[in-house]
Design a protein around this ligand. Structure first.
Ligand code: NDP
Length: 265
C-alpha cells in the first residue's frame, strides 16, 4: 500500500514557503516544515495548514540553517507536531542518522523544497566574513546538504511512493546569468546561481536513480518579508529592474512546485 507522501519544506514559516506548505497540505501531503526559531512558528500555530486526509500530519522543526555544517550533525531537533487531533503538541526528534527525517512508519519522503533564503542588506564590499558565510550557508550550502540527505532517503523510499520522488530548489532570477546584474546583490545572486547550477547537474546525476531535481527562479515576489523589509531605495531599484517581468505571487510559485511534483517526468 502506498505510504503517505511527506514534503520537507525549508523557509516554511512565511512568504513563498508558507504558500507552498498550504498548497501541498491541501493536496494531501504531510509537511515537515523548517524554520530558524521556535517563535517563527507562532503565527502558524494560530493558522494551521489543513489536514484533509486520514494519516496526514504536519511538523514544524527548528533548524538554524545559518549554522551549517553544525546543524547537519545535530542529534536533536525541537518543534511541534499536529494531526487530526485538535491542537499542536510539542515534539522532539532525536532518532536515527538523520533525526530530521525520523518519520512515522506509514509515511515516506516524496518531495524536498529548499525555499529558505536571505537577501543581503549591504553591498558586498561592506559585508564582513560572517555575513558572507551566513548568506552562503542558508541559500546554498544547507540546500546542498538537504539534497544529499533527502536523496539518500528517497533511494529507499521510492518503491513505496505513487510518483517518483522529487527535489525542487528555489533559486532566483538574480541567479540567472542572462539577467542584468543588480548592484547590491552580488552575494545573494552568486548563492542563487550556485544553487541553480548545482540543481542542473544534480538532476543529471540522480536521473538514473529515478529522483527528479528541478529549480525554480522566480522574478519579484513583492509582498513577502524579503522585499518588504528592504530599505526604500533598494526596493525601488529592485522594482524598476524587474518591471519588464511579470510580478509573481507566493501562491503562483506554490502551484508551480505542485505541478512539478505532480507530473511524472
Ligand atoms: P521571506 O523572507 O518571506 O521568508 C524567508 C524564509 O526563510 C522564512 O521562512 C525564514 O524562517 C527562512 N529562513 C531565513 N533564515 C533562516 C535560517 N537561518 N534558518 C532557517 N530558515 C531560515 O522570503 P521569501 O518567501 O520572499 O523567499 C523565499 C525564497 O524565495 C528565498 O530563497 C528567496 O531567495 C527566493 N526568492 C524570493 C523572491 C522575492 O522576490 N521575494 C524572488 C526570487 C526568489 P524564519 O521565519 O524562521 O526566519
Amino acid at each position: 500500500m502506498p505510504r503517505t507522501p511527506v514534503a520537507l519544506i525549508t523557509g516554511a514559516t512565511r512568504g513563498i514557503g508558507r504558500a507552498i506548505v498550504d498548497k501541498l497540505s491541501a493536496e494531501g501531503l504531510s509537511c515537515l516544515m523548517v524554520g530558524s526559531r521556535k517563535e517563527s512558528f507562532g503565527p502558524m500555530t494560530a493558522d494551521l495548514p489543513v489536514i484533509c486526509r486520514e494519516l496526514q500530519w504536519h511538523r514544524g522543526l527548528v533548524v538554524d540553517l545559518a549554522q551549517w555544517p553544525q546543524w547537519t550533525q545535530q542529534g536533536r531537533f525541537d518543534g511541534f507536531h499536529f494531526s487530526s487531533v485538535p491542537g499542536a503538541r510539542a515534539y522532539r526528534c532525536s532518532d536515527g542518522a538523520w533525526p530530521l527525517l525520523d518519520l512515522p512508519p506509514s509515511s515516506e519522503l516524496a518531495l524536498l523544497v529548499n525555499c529558505a533564503g536571505v537577501t543581503q542588506a549591504s553591498p558586498a564590499l561592506r559585508c564582513d566574513a560572517s555575513e558572507i558565510q551566513r548568506i552562503t550557508n542558508i541559500n546554498y550550502l544547507s540546500a546542498v546538504s538537504l539534497c544529499n540527505m533527502a536523496a539518500k532517503r528517497m533511494l529507499r523510499s521510492r518503491k513505496h511512493l505513487s510518483r517518483p520522488p522529487c527535489i525542487v530548489n528555489i533559486s532566483s532570477i538574480l541567479g540567472d546569468p542572462a539577467t542584468s546584474a543588480l548592484p547590491g546583490t552580488a552575494l545573494y545572486s552568486a548563492s542563487k546561481a550556485a544553487l541553480a547550477q548545482f540543481s542542473r547537474t544534480l538532476s543529471a546525476e540522480l536521473a538514473r536513480a529515478g529522483i527528479r531535481v528541478h529549480c525554480l527562479s522566480p522574478s519579484l515576489v513583492a509582498q513577502t518579508d524579503m522585499v518588504q523589509t528592504l530599505e526604500e531605495d533598494a526596493k525601488v531599484r529592485l522594482e524598476s529592474t524587474f518591471s519588464q517581468f511579470p510580478a509573481q505571487s507566493p501562491q503562483q510559485i506554490a502551484s508551480q512546485v505542485w505541478k512539478l511534483y505532480d507530473s511524472d517526468t
